[in-house]
Design a protein around this ligand. Structure first.
Ligand SMILES: [Zn+2]
Length: 327
């Protein structure tokens, strides 16, 4: 049997960083590398023949989040530790609210349609979520070490945390593949963006193309054999939820589509019919509502026709409430 005693995964000679997510640097890259052997070949081709810079700029700072990830004009991909900690926290909140706030009470026949806020795991999910949101205004590392985190596992949390680590790794692999997608399609070689250019290209074409590139790889490849394939879809949901939270008024910008539009597009591309995954996506939307303090009446009981249906209903309400362009 595996030993589930408290364990500290930090290794000062290999892990760089100031936030607990620092212990997952290798998990994250391994997930990316294992999506598919052909993906790795393609990435090497980009490095050898088309100027993609080898290695990732991994930025560590005790500072509020400013960026998620990017590929710059010199074709180098950048990741930011504070955003990755945020992504881990959102992965934790979604996974925990799904397992403890939904699956468990449904199995026990006690699910009322409302999350039980007295459940200790549910409370932890919201505590981790709140601390993650705080990263947009200030970065206090000690707060993240005091809550459930990937660096120090307790026997009570270990199973959940390993699941969350998988979702997080899948999410960050998706984000990396999105950046590789920009490189693959030559978006960085394009001329400076002008209004005419945007009219020509369709405003969000590059972002959707990069998302589709990442999603296709996730579907072609299989998740590492010891985890459920659903983990990749959960990772996409977690990443998309972070984009919702980073643009709470759902406006998008010159390049990026409104994030609820982007999330809907990704779920449709994944073509999932699994109601559990749609329930997770609805949890992502609920986290957005908790953050923005919008509240909606949504169908429950006999009026609820599945979580896919609920997802579209809530997305419509989000569009109306924020006055955002339709998803
Ligand atoms: Zn992009």
């Amino acid at each position: 049997m595996e030993d589930y005693s408290i364990s500290d995964h930090f290794n000062p000679s290999t892990h760089e960083g100031v936030l607990p997510v620092r212990v997952l640097q290798f998990n994250m890259l391994k997930w990316f590398e294992e999506v598919s052997p052909t993906l790795l070949e393609e990435v090497l081709g980009e490095v050898n023949y088309r100027g993609l810079q080898r290695g990732i700029g991994y930025h560590i700072a005790i500072a509020p989040i400013t960026d998620a990830a990017e590929i710059d004009g010199k074709k180098k991909i950048h990741l930011y530790e504070n955003y990755l900690q945020f992504l881990w926290g959102v992965s934790y909140a979604i996974t925990t609210l799904f397992q403890e706030g939904f699956v468990k009470p449904v199995k026990a026949g006690t699910y009322t349609g409302v999350t039980d806020l007295s459940d200790p795991f549910v409370r932890k999910a919201y505590a981790v979520f709140d601390a993650s949101i705080e990263l947009f205004t200030k970065c206090d590392p000690s707060k993240h070490y005091a809550l459930p985190n990937p660096e120090k596992e307790t026997p009570l949390d270990v199973k959940l945390i390993r699941q969350v680590n998988g979702v997080f790794s899948a999410a960050s692999a998706f984000i990396l593949m999105h950046e590789v997608g920009h490189q693959f399609f030559g978006h960085l070689d394009d001329l400076p963006v002008t209004d005419d250019y945007l009219k020509d290209k369709g405003q969000y074409e590059d972002e959707f193309a990069a998302d589709d590139y990442a999603l296709e790889w996730l579907q072609k490849g299989k998740a590492p054999s010891d985890v459920l394939d659903d983990t990749n879809a959960m990772g996409v949901i977690a990443a998309m939820t972070t984009f919702l939270l980073m643009d709470p008024q759902l406006t998008g910008d010159d390049e990026h589509p409104p994030p609820h539009m982007r999330m809907t597009h990704a779920l449709e591309e994944l073509g999932t019919t699994d109601e559990n995954l749609w329930a997770c996506a609805c949890i992502g939307l609920r986290l957005w509502a908790a953050h923005t303090k919008y509240s909606f009446t949504v169908p429950s009981g006999d009026d609820l026709h599945g979580y896919k249906d609920l997802f579209y209903i809530v997305v419509d309400k989000m569009t109306d409430a924020t006055g955002s362009p339709a998803a």
